[in-house]
Design a protein. Sequence first.
Length: 292
Amino acid sequence: MNTPNTSASNTRTPDVGAPTVPRKAGDRKPVDRKPGGLSADAENAENAESAVTAVTADAMLWIELLLRLFPELLTELAPAYRSPSAPRGTPSGAHPAPAGPTRAEREEALRTEQAHGLTPSGARTSPLRLHISDAVRDITDGVIELDEAVHDRLRLPRPRREQVAGRLLRIAGLLDRAAADDVLLKHVRDEVRRMARRCTRALGGAEPVVRVSGRCPWCCSVSLRAFPARRAVLCVNPACRCTHRACDCRTDPAHRHAWSEGAWVRLAAESGADLAELTASTADTPRREGSR
């Protein structure tokens, strides 16, 4: 008679596919590594650091552009005024310039203007251009507020009174400390970019336009243009009309169909353009803004 083998081990054999060596309590969890050798956390940290560096450099370039353009704005603000007591140079052989109005003539002109609203003709001081004055006041107030906001956010003493250029240089010197605060850094970049644009427009600079490859999905013409300041792509063909009922290009001849940032992927697919090139064309950079 056969008896059961009592010496057999009671240990269960592992199932097929199960790990043969269990992980001990002290073992580390396997690290998820990318093919390049960096872990996902390290790669995310490196990308975040690169983004901060790019925003800091962008803010510095906008500040430099504003430092270059604001003195030109102040020059445009000053009217062409000449003091009556200043000596007038008369070229040799030329007839002397006519003398200015006498006191009696000025009083008569004032009475005429008060009584009839008529302004006498003749050389006068150039009028002050209000759009230049508004731009100067907006930029000056904006720089002062930004300087105070940066000092307040960084818990620094209230900044000393200074001209616009001095305050901008002070803000630029604090960019390294502001880089530790993503919200503050982006606010500085956005504000100096806005003021630099305002300065450029007041000086008569044209809005940057970049040609985009591919054909318009609506009119099939090579008329796609990127407007970095608007973060949009427009079709500049005057005859282009889309089928969207909400788009004003169907009823307003001056309106152009536009694709905002959320529609660029679809635009690239429908127009045959390269999405990377399209995104680079709409990048709002101070170098592009300054080449006016």
